[in-house]
Design a binder for this molecule. Sequence first.
Ligand SMILES: Cc1cc2nc3c(=O)[nH]c(=O)nc-3n(C[C@H](O)[C@H](O)[C@H](O)COP(=O)(O)OP(=O)(O)OC[C@H]3O[C@@H](n4cnc5c(N)ncnc54)[C@H](O)[C@@H]3O)c2cc1C
Length: 466
Amino acid sequence: MSSVSTPALAAQQQLGSFGGRLIGPDDSDYDEARSLFNAMFDKRPALIARCANAGDVAKAVAFARAHGLPIAIRGGGHNGAGLGSVDDGVVIDLSLMRDVEVDRDARTVRVGGGCTWGEVDAATNEHGLATPSGIISTTGVGGLTLGGGLGHLTRKCGLAIDNLLEAEVVLANGEQVRASADENPDLYWALRGGGGNFGVVTSFLFRLHDVDTVIAGPTFWPVESGAEVLRAYRDFLPNAPRELNGFFLFGSVPPGPPFPEELHLRPVCGVVWCYAGADEEAAAAAMAPLLDALPEPLLHGPAPMPHPAIQGAFDGVYPAGDQWYWRADFVNDIPDEAVEVHAKFGAEMPTWKCTMHLYPIDGAAHDVGSADTAWSYRDATYGAVFAGVDPDPANVDAIRRWSVDYQEALHPYSAGGAYVNMMMDEGQERVRASYGDNYDRLAEIKAKYDPDNTFRVNQNIQPKTA
Ligand SMILES: Cc1cc2nc3c(=O)[nH]c(=O)nc-3n(C[C@H](O)[C@H](O)[C@H](O)COP(=O)(O)OP(=O)(O)OC[C@H]3O[C@@H](n4cnc5c(N)ncnc54)[C@H](O)[C@@H]3O)c2cc1C
């Protein structure tokens, strides 16, 4: 490894035709450029290579490799574990690469590697179309997609990766390749769940669906009803039509409109609904079996809205700059004993932004087999996330403890692994468990496309050694 005392300067000298911007510690916008969504991480990269195109990405990768510097890939910068940056290394920042092109006839959207979902949803909604993403519009397309992509449209349209048709990728050796069912199909398989392990994706091509107006919003019950509501939800959801997504949550009512003042900050349990259709009667009929089985809620808010509105509904509650510590697990069943554990921790949230979500993994997500993509937990029925969140760094210990204790208490009831996009840095065994039987094949594909583990600032799949 050759030493580089001022990588930004060295990069400027060596990357003469770099089209984007090179930002180093001496630049006035360095602090802004290095900040991550999760303020728990305060990483100081040697160089932020804000790339304008795939050629820039290839140059930045080559530069980092030539100087023995670690590389992080930054899409939307939302990663909970802070994996969009790296101390003393090179950040390949894709935030200038945000083109979104809808092909209405082909029913596809081509998306730059640095886009956030809000930009994609806004563009596709102009045509009455959508592709599945998550539940927050500020999340990056890159990280969310490559890890899988669970969200409001999962039951009807599958995971984000189930709608990924093609990706353009800069590999560790600088080569620019396409991955699809016809070109580099092994890479295409690995990208669908394998995260940023295989290269830098500079553009994604997604399939679009007829999703325009949706009936969406929350139903809240008092947190003290947690066990009763969760049992009813568990029994209800598998029989609901695919159009109806509804994730269970423990949380608190946000302290602002449109929520009634008397409910502000009240701890609750409930369901956040998204019925993928405009028919209010059909939506109400789909929700009715759950509502009929339970006492009157504190609030029942689903209403017609454009799809991007529900995608952005949590943005104000969770802006960049909060402290986040979260744990996750895949879940097959929620036996009554596990329901009681949930009810206990749900009632003990240490700060109002703390939350637990159970994202449904069924419907269209179950149409794809466990070995068909890298995302192996197709038999799971929920992705559980235990998110400790608060703006005040002084509360980090409390939110971390709640998240860890909650996850560890329920882990015996889990399917074993976790959704990689909702993990912290939890070690190699946890990554292996999260890919299950697909790990060995991933390690082989990693050895083919990134034998030196150049892309290792991620939930790392280690190249198989001979
Ligand atoms: C508030 C919040 C809400 C969330 N909601 C959801 C949700 O509803 N559903 C869901 O599935 N997930 C959700 N997530 C998790 C989210 O999917 C992950 O945090 C994801 O890593 C974020 O992607 P990003 O591009 O913003 O991250 P970044 O921090 O930019 O990148 C994270 C990692 O992704 C990889 N990466 C990113 N872009 C690329 C690229 N173009 N090419 C190659 N590798 C790349 C890199 O390995 C990088 O280390 C949420 C996260 C937060 C913080």
